[in-house]
Design a protein around this ligand. Structure first.
Ligand code: SF4
Length: 468
C-alpha cells in the first residue's frame, strides 16, 4: 500500500479543508456551491437578519422552489393561487429573501426551475471535485459527478450563508465494488435498493461511499445520480463516483459548465479525481450486479427490500419488523407480485430524470393504466418536462391515462397536496417509504420506473420484464 495513495473522497476533502479537525472540534470545510429551496431556508435567512449578516457568497448560492410547490399547471402558470397556504407562504418568503440577499432564484415560472438535485446537474452547476451542500438529505445525488456533498440542517444552512464554510467531522471511506452487467429490466434503482438491503440502513453510517467497478463505469449520468441519491438511505454521509468520459460528455456544453480553454483546464483537473491504486478504504463490500433482479420494498425503510419475485422474509422477535409489517398490512412469507395497488408515482430526485421517463414510457407505450389506479408522473425539472414533451413521452403518458404534471418533489413527500390516502398502497420511484411519507397512513413501496409503469398497467405489483 502506498502511503500517499488517496481515495477520491480524500482528494476532495483535503482540497477544501480550511481548518483540520481536532479531538475537540470538527473540521472547517469550504463550500463551493450552496443549493437552497423554500422549505429549509426561511429560518436560516431569519437568523441572518437578526444578526445583521449578509450571505457571504451569493455567487455560490442558488435557489429554486421544489418541495412544496404545486404541480398542477393551473396553479403554476394559470390564475389559480397556490392552494396549500403553507406552501404559498414559503414561496413568497423565498422570493423576498432571495431579492433581499442578492441570491439567484429560479422562481415558480422560471424555465430552469425544478427539483434542486435535478436542476443543478442539468445546468452544469454541479461539477467534479466541488463541495456542495443543501438543506435536503438527498444532496448525495451530486456525488455522481465526483463532488463531495452533504445534506445539512437548517442551522447549518445559516452557517454556510454567513461563512461559506461547514463544520464537519471527517467521515470514513467505504468502497462499494460492483462488477457485472445488469440484466434487461434491472436498473440502477434496483441496484441501489439491493445495496441498501445488503449493507443495511445503518451500514454506511459515518462513511462516504465510493461506488466503483465495471457496472458503475457502464452507467449513464442519470443512472449514477439514482445510485448516489440513495446513499443517504444506507446511512452514509455521502456517495461518490469518480468522474470519467461519461461525466465530461454529460457536462460539456451545459449552460454553466466551463467553456473553451477553461473547459480543457477543468477536464485536466477532473481526470485526477480518482482513487489512487493502493489507497485504503475503511470498509468495503463486493456486489455481483449480473445476478440481480428487479427489487421492491415491503417495509417502512428502504433496507426492507427484496427481489420482486420473492417472498417477504419471515423474522421473529423483531419489534421494528413487526411494526413495519403491521403498518404495511403485510406478513412474513407473503409474495408481493400480484398484490393490488392504488397509486403509482413516477418522479422525484431519484427517478424524475429524462431516462427514467423514457424507461417508464417504454412500458406504457400503447398500453392503458388499469382501471381504478391513479398514475401520477412528475418530471424532475421543467427542462425534463420540455424534453419529455418534445420526445413524445408526455403524449404516451397521457394516452395511457396518466396524470402529467409540472415539475417538483410532489408525492415524494406530499408537502404540496399531492398525497396518497390513508391505507392506500403507493408504488413509487422515490427514495423513502417511511410511515406517512406520502401522506398520513399511506403505504409506500419503492421500485424502479419500469416496475412502477408495469404495475400501473396491471393494477397489481408486476414484473416489468413481462412487458418489455
Ligand atoms: S424529490 Fe423528495 S428526496 Fe428529492 S429533494 Fe424533493 S423531497 Fe427531497
Amino acid at each position: 500500500m502506498s502511503v500517499s495513495a488517496q481515495t477520491l473522497f480524500d482528494k476532495v476533502w483535503t482540497a477544501h479543508e480550511v481548518v483540520p479537525e481536532t479531538a475537540d472540534t470538527p473540521a472547517v470545510l469550504y463550500i463551493d456551491l450552496h443549493l437552497i429551496h423554500e422549505v429549509t431556508s426561511p429560518q436560516a435567512f431569519s437568523v441572518l437578519k437578526s444578526l445583521e449578516l449578509r450571505v457571504r457568497r451569493p455567487d455560490r448560492t442558488l435557489a429554486t422552489m421544489d418541495h412544496s410547490t404545486p404541480t398542477s399547471t393551473e396553479q403554476v402558470f394559470g390564475k389559480i393561487p397556490i392552494k396549500v397556504d403553507a406552501a404559498a407562504k414559503q414561496v413568497r418568503q423565498l422570493e423576498s429573501n432571495a431579492a433581499e440577499f442578492g441570491v439567484e432564484l429560479f422562481d415558480m415560472r422560471d424555465a430552469r426551475r425544478g427539483i434542486v438535485h435535478v436542476i443543478s446537474p442539468e445546468l452544469g452547476c454541479t461539477q467534479p471535485g466541488m463541495t456542495i451542500v443543501c438543506g435536503d438529505s438527498h444532496t448525495s445525488t451530486h456525488g455522481a459527478f465526483g463532488a463531495l456533498d452533504f445534506g445539512i440542517g437548517t442551522t447549518e444552512v445559516g452557517h454556510v450563508f454567513a461563512t461559506q464554510c461547514l463544520l464537519q467531522r471527517k467521515p470514513k471511506t467505504f468502497a462499494v465494488n460492483i462488477e457485472g452487467e445488469l440484466r434487461p429490466g434491472v436498473t440502477a434503482k434496483d441496484l441501489i435498493l439491493h445495496i441498501i438491503g445488503r449493507i443495511g440502513v445503518s451500514g454506511g453510517t459515518g462513511h462516504v461511499l465510493e461506488y466503483r467497478g465495471s457496472t458503475i463505469r457502464a452507467l449513464s449520468m442519470d443512472e449514477r445520480m439514482t445510485i448516489c441519491n440513495m446513499s443517504i438511505e444506507a446511512g452514509a454521509r455521502a456517495g461518490m463516483i469518480a468522474p470519467d468520459e461519461t461525466t465530461f460528455e454529460y457536462l460539456k456544453g451545459k449552460p454553466r459548465a466551463p467553456r473553451g480553454a477553461e473547459w480543457d483546464a477543468a477536464v485536466t483537473r477532473w481526470r485526477a479525481l480518482c482513487t489512487d491504486p493502493g489507497a485504503r478504504f475503511d470498509a468495503s463490500v463486493d456486489i455481483d450486479a449480473s445476478t440481480l433482479e428487479p427489487m421492491i420494498t415491503y417495509g417502512t425503510n428502504p433496507g426492507m427490500v427484496m427481489p420482486l419475485g420473492g417472498a417477504i422474509p419471515q423474522v421473529s422477535g423483531n419489534a421494528v419488523y413487526d411494526k413495519a409489517l403491521g403498518y404495511m398490512g403485510f406478513h412474513g412469507g407473503e409474495v408481493m407480485l400480484g398484490k393490488p395497488i392504488d397509486v403509482v408515482f413516477i418522479g422525484s430526485c431519484t427517478n424524475g430524470r429524462l431516462e427514467d421517463l423514457q424507461a417508464a414510457a417504454s412500458i406504457l407505450k400503447g398500453r392503458k393504466v388499469a382501471p381504478g389506479v391513479k398514475l401520477l408522473i412528475v418530471p424532475g425539472s421543467q427542462q425534463v418536462k420540455r424534453d419529455a414533451e418534445n420526445l413524445g413521452l408526455a403524449q404516451i403518458f397521457k394516452d395511457a391515462g396518466a396524470d402529467w404534471r409540472e415539475s417538483g418533489c410532489s408525492m415524494c413527500l406530499g408537502m404540496n397536496g399531492d398525497t396518497v390516502g390513508a391505507g392506500q398502497y403507493s408504488v413509487s420511484t422515490s427514495n423513502r417509504n417511511f410511515e406517512g411519507r406520502q401522506g398520513v397512513g399511506a403505504r409506500t413501496l419503492l421500485v424502479s420506473p419500469m416496475t412502477a409503469a408495469a404495475t400501473a398497467v396491471r393494477g397489481r405489483i408486476a414484473d416489468p420484464r413481462e412487458l418489455l
